[in-house]
Design a protein around this ligand. Sequence first.
Ligand SMILES: Nc1nc2c(ncn2[C@@H]2O[C@H](COP(=O)(O)OP(=O)(O)O)[C@@H](O)[C@H]2O)c(=O)[nH]1
Ligand SMILES: [Mg+2]
Length: 198
Amino acid sequence: MAGPLPLTFLRSYADVEALPFTRAELALVGRSNVGKSSLINALANKKKLAKTSKTPGATRLLNAFELAPADSGRWLMDLPGYGFAKVSKAEQAAWANLLTRYIEERESLVGVLQLIDGAVGPTALDLQTLEWLRSLGRPITFVATKLDKVRPSKSKKRRTEVVEALGVPRGDILWVSAEKGTGIPELRSRIVQLLTDS
Ligand SMILES: Nc1nc2c(ncn2[C@@H]2O[C@H](COP(=O)(O)OP(=O)(O)O)[C@@H](O)[C@H]2O)c(=O)[nH]1
Ligand SMILES: [Mg+2]
């Protein structure tokens, strides 16, 4: 299993046109507060590579992280989270537009990691997003986050709930805890495979 991913933060982009040519990109998609930034930090085993927040909605740009070596052109993208109610409708629409355009238009996008909050289970918005990703034919890897917050007595039921809602085989969902490190080595291997196979 893979050790920490050699990721460096490159920069943030406010629109899709500003992105340069790359070889392969993988994007983290999920609702605001699902644990996208924490996951990037866990993958790299660095505390402050990606900004995490108790205040959802802090990430409103396309944040590019590059897998070493420098200029490999293999990127992991932290995208704006969806479904954060505490900002204006106009601002929500702007973030959603950025996310939508990136996913629909980006040619070097080889796959999407869709994050589902394991402590909450799939939301209506998660399922709507999934339908959209499927309609675009984007390859999806499912990651259920915050495993440490699921009580052992509830774990079996929650796993079944996630499997049924997403409509995929049990083995297609990687359960992780950024906090405890559970499942992180497996996810690192998967990411390296996806980014270097292309
Ligand atoms: N217990 C627990 N909390 C987590 C985990 N991952 C993220 N969080 C917390 O969830 C909140 C949102 O995380 P963040 O990574 O900023 O989410 P983002 O909005 O999707 O980037 C923060 O308070 C994190 O500390 C996890 O694996 N376990
Ligand atoms: Mg974030």
